[in-house]
Design a protein around this ligand. Sequence first.
Ligand SMILES: [Zn+2]
Length: 347
Amino acid sequence: MSLALISDDRYLEHDEASHPENAARLRALHAMLQDDAALLSRLTQLPPRQADDAEICAAHDRQLLDQLNAIADSGGGWVDQETYILRQSVEIARLAAGGALVAVDAVLSGKAEQSFALIRPPGHHATPSTSMGFCLFNNAAIAAEFARSAYGLERVAIIDWDVHHGNGTQDIFAANPHVLYVSTHGWPLWPGSGHWREMGERHGAGATLNLPLRALTGDMGFHRIFSETIVPALQRFKPELVIISAGYDAHLQDPLGNLALSTAGYANLAAIVYNLAGECCDGRLVGLLEGGYNLDALANSVSATLHTWLDAGRQPPLLSHDISHMPEPDATWLINALKHDHPLLRG
Ligand SMILES: [Zn+2]
């Protein structure tokens, strides 16, 4: 079995050089791959495709698509103060969502055991009706809906380890019992949603799990949070596919984040989700790039993720001298609160 990698130079065409979410991020990742011939030779590279209107509108209102098209057709502009659209950006965003669909296809068709899509613009802040926070279409949500409609999956889990709460993904699936949304995120931090008491609504009650982490939570805190809440929650939910909203701005060096994962800490998370997918769903695991704004930290951490998955999750957890042992806030209160109150963790 193999690890499929989806990316494309056309993702570089959505570029505003003065903005943190610019094409240099993906150039750094492509350069990392070119410099690591041994890694590249072990990957099965697949081209993305364009997501069509129906695939996008499985997660978004038709009006959002019309609004973005109108901005692009007028030559570009800003959807909000921090989210830019160039003339070609909607087509690139379609290709980003379509890259996520190819990644899901690769794993569910059996072509690959895992897949990772190096795509942009990112997606997890895009709500059903609103593009925001550098995100145009919600790639992870479109991918999860595709897995359900094209392959008939009953249960998909999205684990979002970006430093920001994926408010858009949470909104899209808040009332949906078929998609478990799990997020670790800095707290307090933009966009301000993702309180641990937000657990889903109506039929989706219990299918949202939020882990708001205090500033400077790092490798040890993440390891505890994953081992003591996310792993048991997924063991109970029993997903048939695990999608990672893989943001790398929880890295200590990230200029936008407030958490303190090291590169080895990210490798540890990659190992945990690899083993979890092995246990829950025959290893079916899809990574989708979200944030990450320090180019070295981003490239090193994506590389660590891919190496860990190729090496069958054999990153020795917390044994590596690379893991950070700096003092961290204690997450015990959060773990205990969720074990007491969350439907997937209590009793
Ligand atoms: Zn982020």
